[in-house]
Design a protein around this ligand. Sequence first.
Ligand code: SAM
Length: 310
Amino acid sequence: MLENVVKDKFERPIISLRITITNRCNVNCLYCHHDGMVQSKDEMTADELYTICKIAKKIGVKKIRLSGGEPLIRKDIVEIVEKIASLDFKDISITTNGTYLEKYAKDLKEVGLDRVNVSLDTLNRETYELITKKDYLESAKKGILKAVEVGLYPVKINMVIMRDINQNEIKDMFKFCKDNDIVLQLIELIESENCDDDKFSEDYHYKLDDIEKELADIADDVRERKFMQGRKKYYINGGEIEVVKPVDNSTFCANCSRLRITPDGKIKPCLLRNDNLVELISHIRNGESEEKLEEIFINGINKREPFNQD
Ligand code: SAM
């Protein structure tokens, strides 16, 4: 699997590329770390995204994830996935709020999308509205079920756990997931620079360590995913729960194999830093050669260093 993969200076292979294809969104989650602000006319086009992925493929990237904003808000989302899929990656996935998934799941599957992660923090209508400011819970649920139906696999639900908002809903969400052959990912709330309420993370942060202890007690099996930032998977009663804890976690950094592209077309070497971005899209728009673009990618990779170290 790691054949021809470029490694950074810390011997971390660059296996996956996560591209923020828009930062427009149709919901407004209270914890969201909105990724910059780009007008839709300046977003990377399907052809530009194809070029980025072509270079990524050349340097050995195996997996592409499209995110946002809400990636399915882009009217050309099927074309984008089709173009990227023609490059024959091992895995192409999308992170979405699911509200447009009922409309697009079948077409996306047909053009080569492998799987989706759907962000859904609650199954309760009022709580959904409190978190997203929209009444779209039913569309999100329909989208999730459609994704399962058309064979996107695995479908995962990303549930950000917030104290006194949804921490008591894990059991219900796990049942929904288990009943529908969906993997549940519990995500620890991280501090958000752009959050309207500064104290939000402080007030609602809920450490997942205690939940993990409970899961370990009832799990039939527990596995650690080395190249997925050391995150743990708990197998319970035929269902599956993953726990994602990015805060102050040196294991997260030591095993990070992911490079990112910002919505305005810059290479982002580290999730937790914005001061070492590398300009990419203007070079593509200026018609630079693939060799030059490859060099720019390598330059971005050379800037990678673990944010948290032991
Ligand atoms: N609109 C898409 C969606 O809803 O999945 C993609 C963008 S969203 C920013 C990507 C993921 O980041 C979601 O799973 C969301 O729950 C997570 N996320 C956003 N802000 C977060 C925060 N402050 N802490 C933890 N996870 C967060």
